[in-house]
Design a protein. Structure first.
Lengths: 460, 460
């Protein structure tokens, strides 16, 4: 099809009312991309306001066998929200309300189109927060965070999206509205289908309401910066930090090249070094001194050059700003980058870092690494010139070497970005066939006609 | 069938070797019951030592369409491990090893037949623990804990079994050995099938290996005891305690009748009161004073008679011993009890307690309550004489009233005991038909012939 079939168009127009269905190409274009640099052009964009409208959309599309791609704000990096040919995008921008905040239950009930940042602002008044804090938090949605199992630096202490959801209401591929889980912090009443939906990237059902598990906000924090002679020394320190009792509220890693970029491009005041850890503790005044002492002791060791506390809030903010600017600043090194967010058990980080360095040497390309070290989650950036065919081939070979190391070390292809389109075919190499077969079989129960985000996550 | 078919018997004997297949009735009887007071007699009991043997058992049974019931130590209270007629029990008692403890990853890899208590003892040397701590911990298995999503008092701060597992290896109903999840604390790589298995009570697959998420052990704790005029006042205090930042490491509730039993039967030194909360904080020396002050302030309020710290370790142990003795001591009040472990959002606890009291009055039966209040998880005990038909009918009516209130309050039938046989038919009332249909469809993907623990969890 090149256009929405007329009867479907009429059904959706009646269902969604004026302005509820976007058909102009210029408007449709804006809903066709994400941060993967891939782009598609949907046949139409639906803007539902209620769960019942979402059901109506799915049922109508099903009659016409039209694929459906759910969309938050399209901040993901894997093509998960890029529509294929002949698809309808369902954007949740009009379902963006907070339905309830119940401090005594530590629960918020929200619609999927709510921005993570808006939720955090509303929760702050109650002394609470929702742990997932991807870099995109200010402009990504809770629904998108759940669909991708988004994490962020705080996940090391507070968990990622899956660890912080209690119940979901969602519309399956048959248009059925299902309630999964319950808004209690404990439960043993049948299969846990709510958490099954988290990280499924819109391939099982469209989330229309979420009951989120909230956490009390620590009033204070303490930031440490630890410098190391080389990445191996820093990776070993990460394993020491996670083996002792005080769980850091953030534990971020940068290799020497990232430190240089943070200084030269990001403007951070950092001495040259082979690697750096940003370590934070949170809590109230009574705990911070002891926490800092414990983290400092674990950070020190062979190859540690210096551990220093951020002088003040401004110094801390500056370091974080430089950290957040790292990903875009990599473009100053090479016109192209392959950005992966692999994850391995923390104790295997030194081996992963060594494997990445070997791949860089072997394929003669710069590879820079930073990431959420406390979870063993490393953002590996392979830098190359896509216009140079030889470089592009070496970049691909380096990537395969990194993935091979990850699988060998008992890790996963993605820690928090997800699979989407970009890593879909790799999943077949990372997961045993029997596991993949089960995933496909489960997908078919939620979405028997394969209409929900087809071609994403599971290899064909 | 009244006996194992001869060819199956031969296959299993060859597979499991001498002593690996129990056929004597006296032996089989010992594997036919659990703590639900129900009993079945399996045709045989298999004692595998390897995952490959488990695969062989499932394949052989599948050829003969013989149902399979996985078994840890049979401590559950719902009949989940009671075999129906014509079934094989697979007991994991010979697969009880710790395969690895990796402190830097905060991970232990274990076999399912390992006792929870043995695991904790081994982890203590590393300053770590695995959070699930059901009352049965000393003699229940990790596999059983996972199968039932076991919790316990610590779950309020550290989560239940599902929150503390990273990866599983399991044998499905077709004899396939599948690896689910990965031993990393973060992941966005396909559907989360590991947590789907947790709480599925052996109906989806047989767990043969688990990678467990460990937590650093707090070196010290502080115990408070708070007395209230009545249960409503205590329930309101629970909601206050959970709305403030310091998460207690335990928050247990007893109604006035439980307090009396703890004193008179359990020997605890307790003054008469309408309700009691046991509140604990954990951490190191630096945090405990502030934590105690915060918890004390939240515990105080309308209807609070007294908040006192346990004088010493002996006083604390005595109170806990009385708390643990509560369940058996209820038998002194009436020959029969219906014991439910319903769960509601914490803020709805006062309403649940009121509904339970109304049910007790309306049906003229004593109902005593205690439980893990910080999770909204209440053990409701309806006491009656099963020999008195009128009392039995009133007990059943009271139970239905309690369940109706739980569903109305947005809760779940079970917080940690599970569904099994005993609550199976109630699940149809508690869950919407579409949700139940999805659960059934998913079960069929793992176990197409319905051989794994048939008749449990899902109503026919």
């Amino acid at each position: 099809m090149a256009a929405l079939p007329a009867p479907l168009r009429q059904t959706l127009t009646e269902l969604l009312g004026p302005g509820g269905l976007l058909l102009d190409e210029s408007e449709r274009l804006a809903y066709g991309y994400d941060n993967s640099r891939r782009q598609g052009l949907p046949l139409a964009v639906a803007l539902p306001e209620t769960a019942q409208q979402v059901q109506g959309i799915v049922r109508a599309c099903r009659q016409h066998r039209l694929p459906i791609v759910a969309r938050g704000r399209g901040t993901n990096t894997t093509g998960a929200s890029v529509p294929g040919e002949d698809a309808l995008v369902v954007s949740f921008e009009r379902m963006d309300r907070i339905l309830a905040i119940r401090p005594g239950d530590r629960v918020a009930v929200v619609q999927p189109g709510l921005l993570n940042g808006d939720l955090q602002a509303a929760l702050a008044e109650h002394g609470l927060f929702w742990p997932p804090d991807p870099t995109s938090a200010a402009f990504s949605t809770v629904g998108g965070n759940l669909a991708c199992n988004a994490g962020g630096p705080r996940a090391v202490k507070y968990g990622a999206s899956r660890d912080n959801v209690l119940a979901l209401r969602a519309v399956t591929g048959t248009g059925e509205l299902v309630s999964l889980g319950a808004a209690t912090t404990k439960g043993a009443s049948g299969y846990d289908l709510a958490r099954l939906l988290v990280g499924s990237e819109g391939t099982l059902a469209l989330i229309v309401e979420a009951s989120l598990k909230l956490t009390p906000r620590a009033p204070l924090w303490r930031a440490l910066r630890a410098l190391y002679t080389d990445v191996d020394a820093a990776a070993a320190a990460v394993a020491r930090l996670m083996a002792q009792p005080v769980t850091p509220s953030m534990l971020e890693f940068m290799d020497g090249e990232c430190v240089r970029l943070a200084r030269e491009v990001g403007g951070a005041e950092l001495p040259p070094c082979g690697a750096l850890l940003m370590i934070e503790a949170d809590g109230d005044q009574s705990v911070l001194d002891a926490a800092e002492a414990a983290l400092r002791a674990a950070a020190e060791g062979p190859g540690c050059l210096e551990v220093s506390a951020a002088a003040d809030e401004a110094a801390r903010e500056k370091l974080w700003a430089a950290r957040k600017a790292l990903s875009p600043s990599l473009r100053t090194l090479a016109p192209g980058k392959i950005n992966e967010d692999v994850v391995v058990p923390v104790s295997r980080l030194p081996e992963l870092v060594a494997a990445v360095q070997a791949a860089a040497r072997g394929h003669q390309l710069p590879i820079v690494c930073f990431g959420h070290a406390g979870n063993g989650n490393l953002h590996v950036n392979i830098l190359y010139d896509p216009a140079d065919a030889a470089q592009a081939a070496r970049a691909e070979a380096a990537l395969q070497a990194v993935f091979a190391a990850v699988v060998e070390l008992g890790g996963q292809l993605s820690g928090e970005h997800g699979i989407g389109l970009v890593k879909r075919d790799l999943l077949a190499r990372a997961l045993p066939p029997a596991t993949l077969a089960l995933m496909r079989a489960i997908k078919a129960q939620f979405d028997p006609d394969g209409l929900l985000n087809p071609g994403k996550v599971l290899p064909p």
